[in-house]
Design a protein around this ligand. Structure first.
Ligand code: SF4
Ligand code: SF4
Length: 77
């Protein structure tokens, strides 16, 4: 299963990753990081397919995706 790591203290809370994730894996925390912003966090990591879109769109390079490839798993919504 892919793993997503978000550096909450580099996140500026722009929500780009939340909107870009095709699997609705990410959401915004109710806590704030050292920058003073509400940061992105995993809502349901089990839905992640390792596509890395979140990492690509993050302007602050706050996201790392650890995977050996993309898992094309279709979920029922
Ligand atoms: S790697 Fe893809 S599926 Fe996983 S959290 Fe990022 S955008 Fe969503
Ligand atoms: S795209 Fe990056 S800076 Fe913006 S909310 Fe997501 S992790 Fe934070």
């Amino acid at each position: 299963m892919p793993g997503v790591t978000i550096d909450k203290n580099h996140c500026k809370g722009c929500e780009l990753c939340v909107k870009a994730c095709p699997q609705q894996v990410l959401g915004m925390s109710k806590q704030i990081g050292l920058k003073g912003y509400f940061y992105a966090e995993l809502v349901d990591g089990s839905r992640c397919i390792g596509c890395r879109i979140c990492a690509v769109v993050c302007p602050d390079v706050a996201i790392e995706v650890h995977t050996h490839g993309t898992s094309f798993v279709l979920f029922d919504y």
